[in-house]
Design a protein around this ligand. Sequence first.
Ligand code: RUQ
Ligand code: CUA
Ligand code: CA
Length: 642
Amino acid sequence: MSDKNNATPDVVEEPRGVSRRSFLGTGAVTGAVLAGATALGAGTFTRESWAAAAKEAKEAKSKIHVGPGELDEYYGFWSGGHQGEVRVLGVPSMRELMRIPVFNVDSATGWGLTNESKRILGESAKYKNGDCHHPHISMTDGKYDGKYLFINDKANSRIARIRLDIMKCDKILTVPNVQAIHGLRLQKVPYTKYVFANAEFVIPHPNDGHTFDLQDKNSFTMFNAIDAEKMEMAFQVIVDGNLDNSDADYTGQYAASTCYNSEKAYDLGGMMRNERDWVVVFNIPRIEAAIKAGKFITLDGSKVPVVDGRKTDGKDSEFTRYIPVPKNPHGCNTSSDGKYFIANGKLSPTVSMIAIDRLDDLFADRFKDPREVIVAEPELGLGPLHTTFDGRGNAYTTLFIDSQVVKWNMDEAIRAYKGEKVNYIKQKLDVQYQPGHNHASLTETSEADGKWLVVLCKFSKDRFLPTGPLHPENDQLIDISGEEMKLVHDGPAFAEPHDCILARRDQIKTQKIWNRNDPFFAETVALAKKDGINLETDNKVIRDGNKVRVYMTSMAPAYGLTEFTVKQGNEVTVTITNIDQIEDVSHGFVMTNHGVSMEISPQQTSSITFTADKAGLHWYYCSWFCHALHMEMVGRMLVEKA
Ligand code: RUQ
Ligand code: CUA
Ligand code: CA
C-alpha cells in the first residue's frame, strides 16, 4: 500500500520542489503581493532532500501508528469552518472519530431537523449555514476541565456550546448588535466564567439603513463577554477600529484582541494604510465594577450592558489600552507560561510580545508610551498568523506566505530585542502549504506538553489525489518532542479547519449511553407527560385537532408501533424513545419522501415534526444499522385523503 496519504511522499522522479514551493508567489495572495513579498525558498528541494524526506517518513510512521483496537492519546477538536460542524479526531492517528453538527444541518443525526435541535438553535434555526473558526475547551485554574467546548459562527454572529460528555451542542446564542463573531477565547483563571468573543465588522448604530458611512462616533464594533454557564450575554465593550483574534491571560484579569483595521477603512488599500494597528487590552475587573455600579448603557433595543472602551480626544478609557503593533496583526496568543500576549504581524514579518506583568502599570498610566509593554518583536518570516507553545520556552509561528512553521525561543528573542547578539530562530520547517492556525498539544493551558503540533494548511495542492477544482485543506501533524520539528502526517480535510485544539484523553469523560434525565430532551419528555405518556413503555397516537402526536419505543430490531394513521394535512410529531440499554445500539427514524431523519441512541428520546401532505401509504424505517434484522425494522404510516 502506498503511504502517500499519511506521510511525506516517496522519492519523486523529478525535482518538483520548485513548483511545489513557489506556486503562490505570483499573485495568488493579495496580501503578499501588496506587502511586496515574494515566495521564499523556491528551489530548495532536490532529489536528495526528497530521499531524506522519504526515510524520515518511514520513521514517522511508526510514531503515529495507532494499531487496530489501540486508542489515541489525545482528543482533537477541529473546526469545520464554513461547513459549520465540529469534528473530533484522535491524535496522533489523525483518525476522525465523530462529527458534531452545530451550525449546519445534519441528515444522520437529524440536527436542524429534530425538535430538540431546533429548540437549541432557537430563532437562528432559520439559517442553514455557519462559519466556525475557534474551538476552545472550558478551563479551571488554567487547565482543561473537559466540560464544554465553545465555538464561534462568524457567518451569523453566533456562539455555540458543546457538552463534551455527550458531544452534542446544547446551547446557541446570537450576539446582539454586532456582525461576524470571529476571535473566540475563554477565561482560563479562576475558571471559564466568560467566553470572550470579538465582533469583527464595524457597523452603524442603530443599523437601520440610514447610512453607508462608518466614520462617525456611532459606528463601531464591540468586544463581547458571554456567561459560559448560562450562555447569556454578560457585557459588551465598544472599541476603536475593528477586532480580529483574542486570548485571555492566566490571572483572570486581562483579555487582549488584535485589530487590523485601525483605519476603519472599507477596502484593502485603506486597511493597509497604517504601518501599525494595535492590540487592545481589556481590564475585566474594571468592566465588571462599572457594570455592577450601573455605569453602562444599552444599545438598539437590547438589554445587554455596554461600556465604552474607546479613546476620547486621545485619552484612554478606564476599560482598555491600545498598544500599537505592526501591521494588520492577526493571531493573538497567550504563552503557556502566562507571561506574554503575542500578536502575529501578518503584513509585518514580526510578532510582538506584550509582557502581561506590565499591564497593571499600563493601566495605571505609568508609561509614556504604551509600547513600553512590548518586550520583543522578533523577525520570523513572511506572513506570521498564529503562534503556539511547547511549554519549554519555545514558540512556533505559522508563516503563511513562506509556507513554513518557525520554531523560536522566547527568552532569546527578548535578549535580542535588548541588543544582544543571539539567534532566537531554532528551525524553519516547510509545510504544505500556506498555514493558518497551528496548535501544540495543551498549548493554551498551563500544561503545554510539547509533544505534537498540528498545522492547518489552507492549500494542499499536490499532496493528495486530485479531487477536481476544489482541493482539500491539509492538516499536518508535526512531532515537536525532540530538538527538531518532524513532519509525520498529512491529513486532508474538508472546508475549512481554521483552528483545532488537543486535550489529553483523560481530560474528556463521555457517557456511554444517555441518561433518561438528560436536559437535552427534557422538554420533549415534559410534553409527553402532558399527553399522559410514559415514554419508556407507551406506544400511542394522540389526536389533537390538526395535530397528531405519535409516541413509540424502539428496541432492536423493532419500533413499538409498526403502523399509524393520520389525515392528509395533519401536522405529525413522531417521538421515539430508544429503550435499548446496550452501548452502541443506536436506531434511526426515516419517513420516506418526507425529509424526515433522526438519530435515537440508547436511552435517548428524539422527536421530529412534519406535515403529512401526501395521501397514501408511507413506509418508515430505521436508518442506523442496529441488528441482523435492521432492514426489517420498519413501519407504515397511512395518510387518509382529506
Ligand atoms: S483565524 S487562520 Cu479565524 Cu487565523 Cu482562521
Ligand atoms: Cu434499529 Cu436499525
Ligand atoms: Ca491596518
